[in-house]
Design a binder for this molecule. Structure first.
Ligand code: ADP
Ligand code: MG
Length: 226
């Protein structure tokens, strides 16, 4: 069963001439996959992830998430799809500097309307899963880059999403911390979570079961191993 389906997705950004970030991309990610999206800077990787995650709408083509067509959905319906099905991880972490690690993660459940005590309880479990039980009351400025990204991963997984979409999750951390982040993503994948990771790091991509390569907004190759 596929959890993400892009059918002839084109994304044009306005300008003269307009920029085609994606050109008629058709891609299907099956439940339980762990896939990398690679390609040079500007090839459309972030756009692909944003459209797959319903953060952006395509100019044409259609998108299905967990088997459901999202094209005609209103913004509030898309928010609900994201809140229940998708966890996002970004290169820049996007943690709130004034909040503790615990509350940054608990905020991952805000859109669900979960009561605060329950949010914090789930946040503790998620932080335990990424090895940060000893950092609950720290602020992001008191954490290493790797710990910030692990916090962001905990925030992504606190709602037990079916899909994790990560855009250059190791882009701002050193090699050892990057390896830890990959380990965590492998662990999530082992529990059945579908993971799609954008990376320009070919060494990382080559360790993953599937590598989708983009160039100029087109799928240049799509290789599965194992
Ligand atoms: P990547 O993540 O592979 O570096 P992006 O998906 O960010 O690529 O961008 C693909 C292309 O679309 C690039 O040429 C980029 O400049 C352009 N682009 C992305 N977002 C916008 C935007 N909001 N407005 C105009 N052009 C954009
Ligand atoms: Mg990008």
């Amino acid at each position: 069963m596929s959890v993400l389906e892009l059918d002839e997705v084109t994304k044009l950004h306005p300008g003269s001439p307009p920029v085609a970030a994606l050109r008629s991309v058709t891609l299907c990610i099956a439940s339980g996959e762990f896939a990398a999206v690679v390609g040079p800077s500007g090839s459309g990787k972030s756009t692909l992830l944003a459209i797959a995650g319903t953060l952006e709408r395509p100019t044409s083509g259609s998108v299905r998430v967990a088997g459901v067509a999202v094209d005609a959905m209103a913004d509030h319906e898309l928010s609900a799809v994201r809140a229940h099905a998708i966890g996002f991880v970004f290169q820049q972490f996007f943690l709130v500097p004034t909040l503790s690690t615990l509350d940054n993660v608990a905020n991952g459940l805000l859109y669900r309307g979960t009561p605060v005590a329950e949010r914090r309880k789930a946040a503790r479990v998620a932080l335990d899963a990424v090895g940060l039980t000893h950092r609950l009351e720290h602020r992001p400025s008191e954490l290493s880059g790797g710990e910030c990204q692990r916090t962001a991963i905990a925030r992504a997984l606190v709602g037990t999403p079916a899909i994790i979409l990560a855009d250059e999750p190791t882009g701002n951390v050193d090699t050892a911390q990057g390896a830890e982040i990959l380990e965590i993503l492998w662990g999530l994948n082992a529990t059945g979570v579908t993971v799609v990771v954008v990376t320009h790091n070919r060494e990382i991509a080559d360790t993953l079961p599937r590598v989708v390569a983009l160039r100029d907004g087109v799928v240049e190759s799509d290789v599965r191993r194992r």
